[in-house]
Structure formats: C-alpha cells, structure tokens
Write a protein that binds this ligand. Structure first.
Ligand SMILES: [Zn+2]
Length: 398
C-alpha cells in the first residue's frame, strides 16, 4: 500500500530568498482573494454555485494580460494554480454536507498562514543533502534537517510560521502491506507526570522531576548570583556555577531521554504513542480535561517548558530511532485513553478511582491507571493498522 508522509523543516534563507518568498506568497494570496471574490459573486448570483478549478485557472491568464494586474507575470504559475486548487477543494468541503466545513474566507496578511506549494518536485526541484533547489529565482536554500526524509518527494510546501520559513516535503512510498510485526513486538506508551513513560507491558520509567535535586541546587546558585555585585570576581564565579549546573541538568535529562528512547526502540518494532498536542498537555494541569485539576500540584513543581520539551524530544527520538531499527512509530488520538476499560471497553470517568488507580465500574477490571492508558493506546494502534489506510509515523498535511 502507498504511504504518504510529510517531513517539515526550518529553512535558512538569505535576505534575497526571504524577499523573493514574500513576493511569491503575496502573489498566491492575491490570487486566492481575487478568485474568492468572484466565487462569492457567483455564489450569490447563480443559485449557490461557484466555478470549479478549470474555470478559475483561466482567470490567471486573463489577469496577467490586464494592465493593473500585469505584475502577476512575475509570479510562479504553479504556485497560483495550486492556490486555486486549494480554493476549489475548500469550496467542495463547504458543499459536502458530511463535512460541513466553514466557507472559504479571504486571506489576510499577518493573520492567515502564508504558503505556496511546488509540485512536480522531481522535474522542477532538486534535493542535495541539506539544501533544496527551488524554481522561480529562489535557487538553493538550506534547511535544518532534523530527521531523514523517507520516500519519494512528490511536492513541497513553503510557509511562514512563528517568524520563520518552513518547508514541508510530501513523500510517498510503497510499503508491502500489511506486514505488521508480531504482536509481542508491539508496545503502547503513556507519557505522564508521575511516571515519565509507562509501557503497556507494565514497566515504567522514573519521572523527569527526579532531577529535582539538581533544580534545587540551581535555584540556590541563582539566588547567590543575584546577591553579588555585578561584574565583580565573586559574581563571575557565581555565574560560572549557575551555567555549570544548567549544563549538567540539560545533560542528565538528555541522557535519560536517550536511554529511554533507545531501549524502547530496540525492543519493539511497532511503537504506539498518543498524538498529544503539547500545549493541550500543559492545559490539563489547569484541570480542563479528563481528571480536573489533579495534576496541578505535581506539575507546578517542575518547569512546564522543560516537561513539554522533554515529551517533544522523546517523541522525536523515538521516531528516528525506530527508523534506524527498522521499526515504526504510530501516533493515535488521545481522547479517553485514561477512562476506557481495556477488558470490556466501558468508558466512564468513574473508572478512575484515583489519579493512580483504575477500576472498571462495569466488569471490575483493575490496574494501575497509567498501564491502562498504555494498553488502550496499544489497542488503538492495532485497530488503526487493522483498518489499513492510516500511515504510520506522523503524517503532516501539506
Ligand atoms: Zn470493564
């Protein structure tokens, strides 16, 4: 079966490339907005129908000939056509009663994410190590390759988020389906606060907060530093101590994450994890999901960004180490994994006696709550693969 997967990296652009990209996304935004305006007119006038892509594509040619939009000849036509295909698809989603998507809206500079897509990658683009060659006067652009690109690149999208340009390569690869590893080589992982990672086989690793001792030493060193006269020799000594402790903490944490991810990826061929949005995870400390507010105290004891970073790094490590070992990482939706009974499937908030204990109110099954989470994640992974069609790894839509 064919697997499609996206690989997203940050671009390191030169000032010239930055300027050119801004122009190109500007052209694409302009075409989207112009076409949308015409579609809106048609929608009102013609019995709620809008032109399809084939019609819209002809508008580009016309605009290039009109004096006031002649500057569009500077644009990269493929980018513009892709924008119109996106617009066409957006309208179709809007018309589909099952999807009931929102009506396409105008793109506003600064508010909406600007992006352009380059299709026919093998024909018009080129990849060479950590640089990619793009058409339309962009030339070679370096990117920060954080993991290997697997499969044949079909197209790439460049977009701007958080003040930086990113590239997402959309790849395809044929995988002999369905050769899933033997059941005993599957594992589900539940990440949490009380235990960093709990596996579906019942084993677990210590929490990241076990480095609290170092954190306390750091806090003390920072207090001492603040009392010194700035730039005095004692201040320099105290500052060096703070930096030394910060480095040590980072090293210990890195080491812990690497050991954990190596052990898991070497012993299991299919690793199923929760597709957690890190920001949601932090929000749960405030008590917004599942068990309200229970984690607040545990959580405030440890710098939140360190926790988030830890989970994020852990997932990345698992992904590339699984790749090296010929295994795979599968991310599954996270809802209700802590409230579902792995024995009978009964879902209830009451199944959670405490933060740590799970006992099914229906069938009486009892286990540690984190192990239950890991078992449910594993079951979800198996179900996903049995259905087929969902690509293992972390698909990123272009
Ligand atoms: Zn049950």
């Amino acid at each position: 079966m064919m697997i499609r997967q996206g690989f997203k990296f940050r671009l390191d652009v030169t000032p010239d490339q930055d300027a050119r990209l801004r122009v190109l996304v500007g052209h694409a935004r302009f075409v989207w907005n112009q076409a949308l305006a015409r579609c809106n007119d048609a929608y009102r006038a013609e019995d709620q129908r809008v032109p399809r892509y084939e019609t819209m594509a002809k508008w580009i040619t016309a605009w290039k000939q009109e004096p006031q939009t002649q500057w569009l000849t500077e644009a990269y036509t493929d980018n513009l056509q892709q924008k119109l295909k996106d617009l066409d698809a957006a309208w179709q989603r809007f018309f589909d009663p099952k999807l009931a998507a929102k009506r396409p809206r105008f793109k506003k500079k600064g508010r909406d994410r600007d992006s352009i897509r380059f299709v026919n990658f093998t024909k018009y683009c080129q990849l060479d190590g950590r640089r990619v060659k793009l058409p339309s006067k962009l030339g070679w652009i370096k990117f920060r390759q954080s993991r290997p690109i697997v499969g044949t690149i079909k197209n790439c999208t460049i977009g701007r988020d958080a003040g930086h340009w990113h590239i997402s390569f959309q790849t395809e690869r044929e995988v002999s389906a369905p050769v899933h590893p033997a059941p005993e080589r599957w594992i589900g992982i539940d990440v949490g606060i009380a235990r960093f990672a709990t596996l579906s086989d019942g084993t677990f690793t210590a929490p990241l907060s076990s480095f609290k001792r170092h954190q306390q030493a750091l806090a003390k060193a920072q207090r001492q530093l603040s009392r010194k006269v700035k730039f005095s020799s004692n201040w320099r000594k105290a500052k060096a101590r703070v930096q030394r402790l910060q480095r040590r903490i980072a090293n210990v944490r890195q080491d812990f994450l690497h050991k954990t991810s190596t052990r898991i990826s070497q012993n299991h061929a299919m690793i199923v994890i929760e597709d957690l949005q890190v920001s949601n995870m932090s929000a749960s400390a405030k008590g917004t999901i599942e068990v309200p507010g229970r984690k607040v105290r545990q959580k405030t004891g440890l710098n939140r960004s360190i926790l988030d970073q830890g989970w994020f790094m852990f997932r990345r490590q698992l992904e590339y180490k699984a790749d090296w070992a010929g295994g795979e990482v599968l991310a599954v939706p996270a809802h209700h994994t802590s409230q579902t009974c792995p024995a009978c499937g009964h879902v209830s908030r009451d199944n959670r006696l405490t933060q740590a204990q799970f006992a099914c109110t229906d069938c009486g099954y009892a286990n540690n709550a984190d192990v239950v989470g890991a078992l449910n994640i594993l079951a979800r992974g198996i179900k996903t693969c049995a259905k087929g069609g969902t690509s293992p790894g972390s698909p990123v839509s272009a």
